[in-house]
Ligand binder design. Structure first.
Ligand code: EPU
Length: 419
């Protein structure tokens, strides 16, 4: 198991190219199951979560080829039962339910358990499938979804914690091959949902309204192969912007969509950092210490939960007291106790972290608990005195393509050590 050693105190400058979005690529790869014809997906990041998805597609019978960032999938003949051993490793495997239901009218996937960021139920996905006249049962840890006739209906997908991203993806992917029209109310508006809808439309689907809270899908009989470029990863981009805010002189992100980063850019500007953008780049200038902020995570276009841990790392050094409230995954504060081991002063109360800024953090051995929490620890280590040793870095490899190399190219000193 690798660990990462971050030698603090090295300033970052230069430019970094942002990879394709993990959370777009995963459902887009799953969507290739909807046709017998070949599909080509470009800008697929090289991440362990993506490898799991490709393994699942292969196990289901698809022919998968990968050459650097381009993946070619042909799912000529497929099975409807996903292998437990791979599915259990990644919660996002649940997004094969929709395409399997759409194409095969049945699907069996092991029911995802909770994870460190929260309970993570799929009740809304199943409610959406019910609106398409499918039934489900849970047996021996698996969820079986079945429809004699898949017919359009109205699915209300907004739960008490907001809309569901993968739930919206799943229902959209099943509905494209259902009879008649489906309306998703309370749909997630994330750019990744729009990217999936664009890919499905290239395959011959008829989806309108993706990117708003109401999506309409007119079912078609068949989909065909398509080619697609995955959008840039707005969370990887946001993470590098925070790295630049913590330890940068001037850092430019290349191959980004600045519009997808609006709330993150505005938040960093409020913290006092000059940020400028062109159509495909964003540049941030570092400064000594950020101003204190009050942030609440929200579904897109609000401030993303996937940037909350990284922002906590930044605010540990703010001038004054900040607060960070988590509304999407209210338990997602595993990074707080690790940041405190580095000298951060943070009080947790209900779903909020109250951060009392301090000028210095000190390096310490810390434990990565989930993907974004791990990223937050790397970022905190960039400016901490001495060495920050981050264990269990497999979490970070799930979602960041070569984060150590990319940061080193900007001037950081990060070592990856095999243990
Ligand atoms: N929820 C329910 N019932 C459901 C589904 C969700 O109550 O059936 C709740 C969740 O427990 C959570 C909220 O609704 O409190 C939002 O969850 P959502 O379903 O939107 O999350 P997801 O689709 O499983 C995706 C991303 C996450 C990201 C969230 C929120 C992928 C593969 N994952 O998860 O990304 O945090 O949307 O934006 O797209 C990450 O990349 O680090 C990550 C965790």
């Amino acid at each position: 198991m690798d660990k990462i050693l971050v030698h603090g105190g090295h300033r970052l400058s230069g430019s970094v190219k942002i990879s394709g979005s993990k959370n777009s690529a995963l459902p887009i790869l799953a969507a290739t199951l909807l046709t017998k014809e070949p599909c080509v997906v470009r800008h697929v990041p090289d991440l362990s979560d993506i490898h799991y998805m490709l393994q699942i597609l292969s196990h289901l019978g698809a022919h998968v080829e990968r050459a650097s960032g381009t993946v070619r999938v042909q799912a000529e003949k497929i099975r409807s039962v996903a292998p437990y051993d791979i599915v259990r490793k990644m919660r996002a495997s649940v997004c094969i339910l929709g395409p399997l239901l759409g194409r095969m009218r049945k699907a069996t996937v092991s029911l995802p358990g909770g994870c460190v960021i929260g309970d993570r139920p799929i009740d809304l996905h199943l409610k959406g499938f019910e609106a398409l006249h499918a039934t489900h049962r849970v047996e021996q840890g698996n969820v079986h979804v079945h429809a004699t006739k898949l017919r359009g209906g109205t699915a209300h997908l907004r739960g008490k914690l907001g809309p569901t991203v993968l739930g919206t993806d799943n229902v959209m992917m099943a509905a494209v091959l259902a009879e008649g029209t489906t309306v998703i109310e309370g749909a997630a508006e994330e750019p990744e949902v729009v990217d999936l809808a664009n890919f499905l439309n290239k395959m011959g689907a008829k989806i309108h309204g993706a990117g708003t809270s109401q999506i309409t899908i007119e079912g078609v009989r068949k989909l065909h192969g398509a080619e697609h470029d995955v959008i840039p990863d707005r969370i990887e981009a946001g993470t590098f912007l925070v790295a630049a805010a913590i330890a940068g002189r001037e850092v430019t992100l290349k191959r980004v969509n600045p519009h997808h980063l609006d709330s993150v850019i505005q938040t960093l500007q409020q913290a006092g950092f000059p940020v400028s953008s062109t159509k495909t780049t964003v540049t941030l200038q570092g400064k000594a210490r950020p101003l204190a902020l009050h942030i609440t995570t929200e579904p897109y276009p609000g401030f993303p939960t996937d940037m909350q841990a990284q922002m906590c790392a930044l605010l540990t050094r703010a001038k004054g007291q900040s607060s960070v409230t988590e509304t999407v995954f209210p338990q997602r504060f595993m990074h707080v106790s690790e940041l405190k081991r580095m000298g951060a002063r943070i009080d947790l109360l209900d779903h909020s972290a109250f951060i009392h800024g301090t000028p210095r953090l000190s390096g310490a051995p810390v434990m990565a608990s989930d993907l974004r929490a791990s990223a937050a620890l790397v970022l905190a280590g960039l400016k901490a005195d001495g060495i920050t040793e981050i264990n269990r870095v497999y979490h970070i490899d799930r979602g960041y393509e070569s984060i150590d190399e990319k940061l080193n190219n900007l001037g950081a000193q990060i070592e990856r050590v095999k243990v």
